[in-house]
Design a protein around this ligand. Sequence first.
Ligand code: DON
Length: 565
Amino acid sequence: MRILRRVGVLAVISFAVVATPLPVHSTGAEPFRAKERLVVSANGIASTVGSDVMAAGGTAIDAAVATAFALAVVHPTAGNIGGGGFIVYREANGRAVVYDFREMAPPGASPTMWLTDGTYDFARHHNSYLSVGTPGTVAGLHMAWKAHGKLPWQRLVAPAVALARDGFTVSPGLARSLKNILPDMRPFPASVAQFSKQGVPYEAGETLRQPDLAKTLDRIARLGPAGFYEGETAQLVDREMRAHGGLVTTEALAAYRAVMREPVTGSYRGYDIISVSPPSGGGVALIEMLNILEGYDLAATGYGSAKSLHVIVEAMRRGFADRAQHSADPDFNPQMPVARLISKPYADELRATINPAKASVSSPSSFAWRYESNETTHLAVVDAQRNAVSMTYTLEYGYGSRIVVPGAGFLLNNELGDFNAGPGLTNADGLVGTGPNLAEPGKRPLSSMTPTILVKDGKLFMVTGSPGGRTIINTVLHTVLNVVDYRMGAQDAVDAGRFHHQWLPDRVTYERNSLSPDTVAILKGMGHTMQDAGSQGVAEVIIDRGDGLEGGVDRRQADGGAAGR
Ligand code: DON
């Protein structure tokens, strides 16, 4: 409908003026529009909390902090205080910074900690008390607020305290999610108590109250990070950990530090790219892929065409190969060749290896693809001054380790699963054993989170990011290509179909029905292995058009929402 209407309008005006080019693809959904300020997140209640903060005079960072704390209550699958993540922040004056609040491996961690009797133990690595990293979210939010916040800290945490204490209405999406996760929570009585009615799942429309979480949030509101990393909260974590062989003790919590880092930066067709730096490999891979793609006229080869898809897949293959080889915690790997990986000459070299008619072959063929769910969450905030926040944070799996700290009411992450399995353990079953990303005390596991900001002619242009494990990087790439090359608005850019290639295994997964059968056939003919898959990522996007803001909320996940004015 909308496309037809647009074509009609264009026919009328095309004689008189040179119209702005139409997007080449549209689902017909309007973006959320706001003149002054905007928050887009995975939950409408949390977005409203953030928008209200800006209405009360808060900055974009104030709003992001308040939204993040609210998500820890209303979006428990990924919103958190027991996990970690990254903020990319750009001030209207052009200064940009990364707040790295990735979890750290606690004291006692070792490269071989996930071996049982010398054999790799998946459950120990991903689903145990040993998979819990020292959480970073509270430290990171506080660090960003201290530098760029205006409203009192307590004011920013207060809405989350109220949501946890007084409860909120369970949505159909949350009811489904809580019901699905309940069996996995059974070993943890505090988790069952918090997220069900004594073992019976919540129904949509009922009220979920989290009194222990409210008390913890209240301590954080009053005491700042000390309300989490010290005192009662720390004691409660310590007790649970010691009782079950975990390593996140009071000492680990006291030693946690968030870090301010330089973002990685690049350019793409006249837009400046500002993205997250290691220990996420996301920003480096994104810029590397964009640099390769700059050498192709994607608009001319066309949206969704086999020609365009082929070169995008080849760029993904190369970006992910380098990520696997090089990316890890920079504090433990000072030799990482970041500058080279994001340079234009290096992209020229890589582009020269792409055959326009034939798929390359990834090797070695010893890594296996693992399902990447969408259990992380991204939020985007732009305030009236055009300060912008791009923030992604996570518990790793949905509901993390599924362990609620008894008496403290929050879920612990299982982020240490993002470290490699063990020294030399690379094998055909998908284990990776390369050195830079092996566990060590104080090290942060390699991430794929890719919070990113685009700038045009010195002015904010776009805020983007997504959950989805390794698919995150490609989902963010898609949003950038959709807006820059294919001229889509924020909602169309988020709605458009996605595909993913991560070097190894050597295959393209694409969202079901997002590619035409003949396009798939052409790509197969070029040598690509094509596999249809479920949905990919949950991007949240804001575009600054100069005369107003556009929000794109990803409807692949229930409950997402934009709020602004
Ligand atoms: O940091 C990362 O890249 C992952 N821990 C994010 C996890 C995620 O997006 C959810 N699904 N696997």
